[in-house]
Design a protein around this ligand. Structure first.
Ligand code: CS2
Length: 490
């Protein structure tokens, strides 16, 4: 039997390893949402920071519900392999920045201890768009979100991020621990400001004595994060085994590229993430808009149109000439909605994205990206569509992507095969679509889902007619036809 990866000793020379002694560094960060993306991104930057400048900045990682990641990492002393799959080759790197891994539902006290420890100065988050419980119209909490509702009822036993962080802030304040910085690393616009508004609203209703403290003493830098990270698969584990000679149940695979732009508003210090290439900027918004609209917006188009025409991976979509044409069109349209960004050429960024999406070594499933569409559409597709409307630009690329999402959200492929939407609004959508007649009726019913489609857009006839026209083609002739037909018009 192969040994488990639980020590750095004896790794093959080809495997990159921490250039510092992990156990000589204490924990300074608690991360909520210990998934593949955190491991391929923030954990790697922190590994670089520890190697370059030291400090007590290791990470205690927390999964909120699923114990699988902590069960894989704990017997490995937090060590795991990041497999970087570039065009020219594959490299393995063992990361030492994760000191401990917990699951809130099984390790409640250790999680709270880590959050309240005076040594902890940053709480970072990757809990996905749906994990927060934000009401997008009020920017406050969504009272119908299951974790928000549960935590308002029993704030002493939180299960969600708002409840957990507010509880920890209260206990830290009482104990005189240093003020925290909350670092959101999810693909949401103005993510720092968004989490701040969320916590303030939650505290207003559950711990009003903390509101001023949160408003003035806690830091909420916004960030733009980027690294394409497919879900861990059997092949990931086999590759990790082959490259390290160890059994690593926590391995992740990712692309070479990575980017992190962060606002420098840390209240009690931070690791030297610039050592790993992070950029500290005064205002992250223009970077966020670029990434959300160009990378993520196009990703969603690829996911819905690709999945429905039988393409399993993003790389398959990119090798289809018609889809590649539509991806290019979408990138150019999204770029045209962006505010200028000093030193960044959006055309070159678009070319790089075409290249990254085409990586033949990344098995990034269209079905993975397709999940949670109702949480992703607003910032990726609808907000640039609104901007395009304002600027008098074409709405067609966004209408096509929106129709592809609607077609996907009906839950059945052209061949009749059904699939799970994996969307928090799955039930609402199914109920709304029951008995829908034709494309126009379907578009009308989708527009009635609260807080999804901006009224201005829905009331704009040219927008609605174009979405109806695209959806109608997809429904009557099939997605493959719709893709070719759309590309042939260009
Ligand atoms: C993707 C992102 O799954 C998705 O929705 O669009 O996870 C994307 O791969 C990352 O944002 C890349 O940084």
């Amino acid at each position: 039997m192969t040994d488990r990866l639980n020590t750095l000793r004896g790794l093959p020379a080809s495997v990159k390893r921490p250039e510092y002694d992990p156990v000589a560094h204490g924990v300074g960060i608690v991360h909520l949402g210990l998934g593949a993306f955190h491991k391929s991104h923030q954990a790697v930057y922190t590994d670089d920071a520890l190697a370059a400048s030291g400090g007590d900045w290791r990470i205690a990682g927390v999964s909120l519900r699923n114990p699988a990641v902590s069960e894989a990492l704990t017997p490995q002393n937090g060590l795991f392999t990041v497999i970087e799959r570039g065009f020219e080759g594959t490299e393995a790197r063992v990361i030492g920045s994760v000191a401990a891994a917990f699951c809130l539902s099984t390790h409640r006290q250790p999680v709270l201890d880590a959050l309240c420890s005076p040594a902890t100065r940053i709480v970072s988050l990757t809990v996905s768009e749906k994990g927060y419980g934000i009401d997008r119209t009020s920017s406050g909490i969504d009272l119908a979100h299951p974790a928000i509702a549960a935590d308002l009822k029993t704030p002493d036993h939180p299960v969600g991020v708002a409840g957990l962080i507010v509880q920890a802030i209260g206990q830290r304040r009482q104990a005189g621990a240093p003020p925290l910085t909350i670092l959101c690393c999810d693909n949401l616009p103005e993510n720092g400001r968004m989490v701040r508004a969320l916590l303030l609203d939650f505290a207003r209703r559950s711990a009003p004595g903390l509101v001023d403290h949160i408003a003035s003493d806690i830091g909420f830098p916004s960030t733009m994060v980027d690294r394409i990270t497919p879900a861990q698969g059997k092949e990931t584990l086999a590759l990790a085994h082959k490259m390290t000679g160890r059994c690593d149940l926590a391995a992740v695979e990712t692309e070479r590229f990575r980017q992190w732009v962060i606002e420098d508003d840390f209240r009690s210090g931070r690791p030297d993430w610039a050592a790993g290439g992070a950029i500290f900027a005064r205002d992250v918004r223009p970077y966020e808009l670029m990434k959300l609209r160009m990378l993520n917006g196009t990703h969603s188009l690829i996911a819905y149109a690709g999945f429905l025409s039988g393409m399993t991976y993003v790389r398959d979509v990119m090798s289809d000439p018609s889809m590649a044409t539509l991806v290019r069109r979408h990138l150019a349209a999204a770029a045209a909605t962006l505010p200028l960004l000093d030193g960044v050429d959006f055309d070159a960024y678009g070319d790089d994205l075409m290249h990254r999406f085409s990586n033949p070594h990344l098995a990034h499933e269209t079905y993975q990206i397709a999940m949670d569409g109702t949480e992703k559409l607003p910032q990726r597709i609808l907000s640039p569509a609104m901007e395009a409307l304002d600027r008098g630009q074409s709405l067609t690329p966004y209408a096509f992507a929106t129709a592809a999402w609607m077609r996907y959200a009906l839950g059945k492929r052209d061949d009749g095969m059904s699939y799970a939407l994996r969307d928090p609004q799955e039930g609402t959508i199914a109920a709304k679509m029951d008995g829908a007649r034709d494309a126009r009726d379907i578009v009308q019913r989708f527009s009635e889902i609260p807080a999804l489609f901006p009224e201005i857009l829905h009331n704009h006839d040219a927008w609605t007619d174009t979405v109806v026209d695209k959806l109608s083609g997809m429904l009557t002739e099939g997605m493959a036809w719709a893709i070719n037909n759309e590309a042939n018009r260009l």
